[in-house]
Design a protein around this ligand. Structure first.
Ligand SMILES: Cc1ncc(COP(=O)(O)O)c(C=O)c1O
Length: 362
């Protein structure tokens, strides 16, 4: 019998396991969101996020999941007579293209096969047409466990297309993977907190460049809930446009403090070590879905080369150990499975999980 009050330990690629000390932060007495106390919480959290993301530009806290910022990037920063290039390499990058079109934006796709990266050369070829005002990138494609070469792409873009806006979905990458927002020259980057921040779902974080904000001021019909101009106006008072998810911001404040105490380089290194650990196991027992060079340090998508009954193994481990990992996403279900290694877990947690999978597969 499953019991939502005694849920399994999560190794799915989000939401991930949340430690008790973080959960405790969510249960603090609430604050009035227009009062001095909230302003202090907001300003300290934003200041820390600026350090986490290496930016001096704008940070917005959105009481939504990250999908809201998919929509926000289009509504604020792409005008109706412009065309955005959406790079697609898996389920989530594909969805962003749908979001662009469902918001009435003209969007072309640059599609590669699932498991393949999007390269600077492919983007260069498309942008050389001069047709595009913006490009979307997914830093870490959670369906395939692939990390795109976003640093190389950004170098190319800064050199050859400095006027094209860059929107980056870092939902399963932020905190787990290096991210120097200002140096990369990005315009919008975002994540939801249920991934490497290791907080329950309910809040999204966006960094927005000053030029993206200026652009937003010129775009009509930005909508109400995700209007960057309103976010910026309220940020001046250390507030959000609507009532924010204050318990989550308290937990985010706590997590940012921990991240900065650890040091971002160390946080990225810890994720790299966890990624390497799982990849060594995956290559010995199965294979990696992506070429290793592009395999993510926050989750591993394992190619099911032994044709194991993935759902049965997940079920058995849940029943015996109250722990779950992820089946493959969408069309990759059963052909692959996914193990998340992000947030507040360590090699011992992973050793335990991999040992249990070994017991099941014999
Ligand atoms: C890469 C990526 N982008 C976007 C999303 C959507 O995020 P949310 O569910 O927080 O809206 C996810 C969710 O897993 C994701 O992995």
């Amino acid at each position: 019998m499953t019991d939502w009050k005694n849920p399994p330990r999560l190794f799915i690629p989000g939401p991930v396991k949340v430690d008790d000390d973080v959960l405790k932060e969510l249960s603090r007495p609430t604050l009035g969101h227009r009062g001095k106390e909230y302003a202090q919480l907001h300003s300290e959290t934003v200041d820390m996020l600026k350090q986490v993301l290496f930016t001096n530009q704008n940070i917005f806290l959105s009481t939504s999941s990250a999908s809201g910022i998919w929509e926000a990037s289009m509504r604020n920063c792409v005008d109706f007579d412009e065309t955005v290039l959406c790079t697609c390499c898996g389920a989530f990058s594909d969805k962003w293209l749908d979001v662009a079109r469902s918001n009435g934006r003209k969007a072309d796709e640059l599609k590669v096969e699932w498991g393949q990266p999007t390269t600077p050369e492919q983007i260069d070829e498309k942008l050389s047409t001069g047709k595009y005002s913006a490009v979307t990138l997914v830093y870490n494609e959670t369906s395939t466990g692939l990390t795109n070469p976003v640093y190389q792409i950004s170098e190319m873009m800064k050199e050859k297309y400095p006027d094209v806006l860059v929107f980056v979905d870092a939902v399963s990458g932020m905190v787990g993977l290096p991210l120097h927002f200002d140096d990369l020259g990005w315009d919008v980057v975002f994540a939801s907190v249920q991934k490497a921040f290791a907080i329950p779902p309910g809040l999204a974080i966006a960094a927005v460049s000053n030029r993206a904000l200026e652009k937003a001021k010129t775009v009509p019909n930005r909508g109400y809930y995700f209007d960057f101009v309103q976010f910026a106006k309220n940020a001046e008072k250390n507030q959000t446009p609507t009532t924010p998810n204050i318990p989550h911001i308290m937990a985010l404040h706590y997590q940012c403090k921990k991240l900065l105490a650890e040091g971002m380089e160390n946080v990225w290194q810890r994720h790299k070590e966890m990624g390497e650990f799982v990849r060594i196991w995956a290559k010995e027992k199965f294979d990696l879905f992506c070429e290793e060079k592009y395999a993510s340090n926050t989750l591993t998508t394992v190619k099911n080369t032994r044709d194991i009954a993935v759902a049965d193994v997940i079920k058995a481990i849940q029943e015996k150990h109250n722990t779950v990992f992820g089946n493959g996403y969408g069309k990759l279900k059963n052909q692959t499975f996914r193990i998340a290694h992000m947030g507040d877990i360590n090699l011992d947690d992973l050793r335990e999980l991999l040992g249990w999978i070994d017991e099941e597969i014999g």
